[in-house]
Ligand binder design. Structure first.
Ligand code: FES
Ligand code: FES
Length: 172
């Protein structure tokens, strides 16, 4: 028996402030749409099972693992990828902080950490260092040992006034 033909569907959404419209297969993952259809390769794909967090983007301002979402589910939604942050010659302050605090080595995990931290920064809450660790705990890094990443995010949160330092032993 031949397999039923999969119909393409028209997807329109906003990515990094630009409206995009494409015909997509209904089974296409959002991560593959972003990387292969839009050539936004800053979004990395590691596990493809929702475990590593490297594919994290913002969907309607909330961090989302783009490997766990179909592209067509983004119909009408606003997506931001790591490319919406800084450029090489004009880094976002969070990216500057990662550079300053050695928050990356190979960089594979970095876009996911950045987008997760941006979601936290935009949440309207403030965070202790322990809460930063907890907030980032769903993202995996094989290189850094995490201290540089935590330091980088804590420094950025301090810069924007959302780092709580009153806990005993909770300092940069
Ligand atoms: S590639 Fe999506 S969570 Fe690992
Ligand atoms: S910097 Fe290499 S995986 Fe995190």
């Amino acid at each position: 028996m031949s397999e039923p033909e999969i119909q393409d569907q028209t997807l329109w959404c906003t990515v990094n402030g630009q409206t995009v419209e494409r015909k997509v297969e209904s089974r296409l993952l959002l991560s593959d749409f972003i990387r292969h259809e839009l050539n936004l390769t800053g979004t990395h794909v590691g596990c493809e099972h929702g475990v590593c967090g490297s594919c994290t983007v913002l969907v309607e301002g909330k961090s989302m693992r783009s490997c766990l979402m179909l592209a067509i589910q983004a119909q009408g939604l606003e997506i931001h990828t790591v490319e919406s942050l800084g450029k090489v010659k004009h880094l976002h302050p969070l990216q500057e902080s990662f550079r300053e605090h050695h928050g990356l080595q190979c960089g594979f995990c970095t876009p996911g950490f950045l987008m997760t931290a941006i979601d936290m920064a935009q949440s309207g809450k403030s965070f202790t260092r322990a809460e930063i660790k907890e907030g980032l705990s769903g993202n995996l890094c094989r290189c850094t040992g995490y201290q540089g990443i935590i330091n980088a995010v804590a420094h950025y949160f301090e810069q924007i006034g959302i780092l709580q330092t009153q806990e005993s032993g909770d300092s940069l």
